[in-house]
Write a protein that binds this ligand. Sequence first.
Ligand SMILES: Nc1ncnc2c1ncn2[C@@H]1O[C@H](COP(=O)(O)OP(=O)(O)OP(=O)(O)O)[C@@H](O)[C@H]1O
Length: 409
Amino acid sequence: MIERLQVSNLRNLTQVNLQSTVCNVVIGANGSGKTSLLEAIFLLSRGKSFRHHQPKRYIQHHQNHATVYAKLNDDRTLAIQKQADATTILRLNQATVYNQSILTEQLPTLLIDPSTMDMLEQGSASRRQLLDWLVFHMKQGFHPQWVAYQRLLKQRNSLLKKTRQLTQVQLAELKSWDKGLSNHAALIHHYREQVFTEWQPYFAKSVLQLLPSYAEKLSLSYNAGYDTNVALDVQLNERLEQDLQLGYTRIGNHRADIHVHWRSDNTVRSDDVIDSQATNTNTASSNHEVNAKLPTLKEQAANVLSRGEKKLLITALRLSQLPLLLNDNKYSASFANNSTSRATPVVLLDDITAELDDRAIGILLSTLAQLPCQVFMTSLTDDIVHLVNELWSKPRLFHVKQGQIWSVD
Ligand SMILES: Nc1ncnc2c1ncn2[C@@H]1O[C@H](COP(=O)(O)OP(=O)(O)OP(=O)(O)O)[C@@H](O)[C@H]1O
């Protein structure tokens, strides 16, 4: 859990130094710096912003670098410095580290914010990242495979981009990359599929809590990005001509996706049946018939749900990952070996009241309050403070104005 957080030169946060607790509520007007605070924590955990890829966008104007430092409750310290030329300096317990995944492992962050609310309609990247966040934290072997796969994919794509006609030497090189890609792909798919299978019942439970009228109607499916019954290199070989024309690799783990499906109830109530039969004098059907069958409709949930319901669905997708991660033995064991406590996930909830009604906010917060995680939530008003006080003991309340943050208690 983050006990102390220091941020400097990130957007309008010139110097922030705050002591945090399990539940932290950050209140301020539009443009005051609330999201920037969550962005700082996310940057420390993931090495990138959730708003802009280029550091110069979030480094404070006229400054060379932005820095985020956190001291955790077991005295571990984490720090990141991002420079305008995208150079990154990472520190764990004051020692320089060269791999962001080391900090990510120490500080798992889960973001629920309005900008990800169209992830159901967008391309597959954000949905794939959702699954990969879980896989990263639950399967230690996943990350090295993923890094190796990405490296080979990059080489392959730059060759495909360069030419439409391969020389014999290039073809041989491409085939050896494809072999490597195929081996990594099989393992990446294996990890993803395992985690996906474990995730499904947790998702169903979250839907039951957050969207009870859709319980049993919403389901998840995982698409590996290629036909997993055939080795990836065989498929890449078969469609090499098409990839050469496209200039990139069309199939593989990098195209994996998660879909949320909505399925209609295929029965209608008995009185509906009676009503519809009343207009049909020729029918011989009995009025006692209870369940009439209608064809089951199935389509992408995004086409059916309202905006508020979509937000709840995305919240359910993210929130359902936390109890799974916390119940996962490997996740707990990996931290038991070399530290006094496992990493407490940090949930970042931006603009909590946007598009959610009071009932949904109540369910979301009470679900979070039951999980052993740390929460930073932002809000324009203090309407939620009363509820937060009921659910958490000693939450901390912060006010933000023009990049200045102070604790109210
Ligand atoms: N690179 C930058 N340097 C300095 N200030 C910046 C930079 N980028 C953005 N800002 C400013 O930082 C301020 C804080 O933005 P932020 O998105 O954190 O506000 P917010 O409190 O979350 O607002 P809202 O409630 O409207 O979402 C904005 O006023 C913005 O103009």
